[in-house]
Design a protein around this ligand. Sequence first.
Ligand SMILES: Nc1nc2c(c(=O)[nH]1)N[C@H]1C(S)=C(S)[C@@H](COP(=O)(O)O)O[C@H]1N2
Ligand SMILES: [Mo]
Length: 411
Amino acid sequence: MRTAFDLVRRAAASPARHPRVAVVLGRLLGIGFLVCFGTGLYSHLLQDPLPWMTFPTRPSWLYRVTQGMHNAVGTALIPLLLAKLWTVQPLLFQWPPVKGVRGFLERALIALLVAAALVELAIGLMNTFQWYPWTFRFRQTHFALAWAIIGALAIHIGVKLPVIVRWWRRRDSLDADGALLVPREGEGELGRPRPTARGLTGAIQRRLDGGPTPPSTVSRRAVLGATGAASAVLVATTAGQTTPALAPLNAFAPRRLRYGPQGLPVNRTAAEARVRESAQDPSWTLRVAGADGERVFSRADLLALPQHSSSLPIACVEGWSTQASWRGVRVADLLELVGSAGREVVVRSFAAGAYSTVLLGPEFARDPLTLVALELNGETLHLDHGYPARLIAPARPGVLQTKWLAALEAR
Ligand SMILES: Nc1nc2c(c(=O)[nH]1)N[C@H]1C(S)=C(S)[C@@H](COP(=O)(O)O)O[C@H]1N2
Ligand SMILES: [Mo]
């Protein structure tokens, strides 16, 4: 068994499987996971706020940027993580497999970290394609895994700190005083030079002969370069769904910037939500309830109130976003009419489903940009965009921009 492990490890040894490469990739992974954690936490809390929380409503494109970053960075992490696993893969075959309790805990932690990170990136990617081939609840699972990753990552960095420090700044394989820097025993079998007939790599031999600097950095660079290129290409060919400048390169992302009716993508059409009939019912009204009682407004009533325009994006959690021009009645004005200015609002849709009821915090309810929208990009709101009326507010996830409104209830 031991010989088998040794053989695998030796066969896998390569100048690019080097702690320096692991550290460079690890740093990028660390930063990337932190960015995704921060932006993901923000998105999660916007949808599930703790009671005391208020959120910024400006800049109105804030969520568009944070969620765009969440998706782009998450996408870039996929090649980085695979490259990192490739780099450290010989460590899997250490002998003995487990060295004491500490060694066992270390390996268990890495197993947890790797599994959680792979599942997290995989389900995140699938989510951007609106593909949910599972029964668990995506957001709660993605959120729980994020905590597992961040916790395991913190311990992992602590455990590996000596290796990280030692290889943090090394640009090549040479020490400050010109000696060849080779990975230590404690750093695993990474990058152990491939043995030659004489038991030494050509590079070391040349070094001992006083020859030129060993060329091993080239293949390290090649691995890092290929990984970086893979990440860059993936991001460039998907981020066009949220970044207009990259739209022409969008080869893989499912949403085209302006492919839906009225120049805006649609996640769930009126037909899919089974509201085609009720949405076109001429007796539709919006019920607004507040401290002074209840009022109902037909679409004509709403159009008779002061109309305001807002330029606000729809920014879907799934990674696409589009700026649009909306026109309708300010939510603040409607709340004023029922004596509940500045209150929190329960927003109800007549479409059944997961987002039929959402909460609109007071900071959004009183914002002059927050509208009950009746028009989109200069036309009557399309059925698929929420006709007869929808909510639109600044700096909020798309899932909270309720279509096919039925009621606003101030609390
Ligand atoms: N009632 C209702 N409102 C909804 C949804 C929904 O399924 N039902 N989908 C939401 C999601 S996930 C997004 S991203 C936006 C998309 O708005 P659009 O279709 O007008 O672009 O609407 C939101 N409003
Ligand atoms: Mo969405």
